[in-house]
Design a protein. Structure first.
Length: 113
């Protein structure tokens, strides 16, 4: 199942990408919600509380985008966390997964909500 995800960013890129189920990793451009497999490759830095997304048009999140929103299905799904230094789509960008229990606890503790 593919879903279009939108990014609301403050740095050098603003656009959309395609989010796919973890079972659909043989697609050239995709994302893994499980954080274990990205485009058929193991990514050890990505954990259960992250989403990774890769764009096919040669651009990616970049400096200044941290904290930007990852919107999926009209709701907040993630927050920009990290990307590669060149700001290209050579590697997936990492997003904090808002629905992960550890992220929800952090938001609750820090924001009091």
């Amino acid at each position: 199942m593919k879903q279009v995800i939108s990014l609301v960013l403050f740095g050098l890129f603003c656009g959309s990408a395609v989010l796919t189920d973890a079972s659909d990793q043989n697609k050239p451009d995709g994302a893994s919600q499980s954080g274990r497999i990205v485009n058929g490759k193991a990514v050890s830095i990505v954990k259960y509380n992250m989403i990774c997304a890769k764009y096919g048009n040669g651009v990616d999140t970049c400096k200044g985008d941290s904290g930007g929103a990852l919107v999926c299905g009209g709701g907040l799904a993630g927050v920009v966390s990290f990307t590669n230094l060149e700001c290209t789509s050579a590697w997936p960008a990492g997003f904090s997964k808002i629905s992960a229990p550890s992220i929800r606890r952090f938001i609750s503790t820090e924001a009091g909500i």
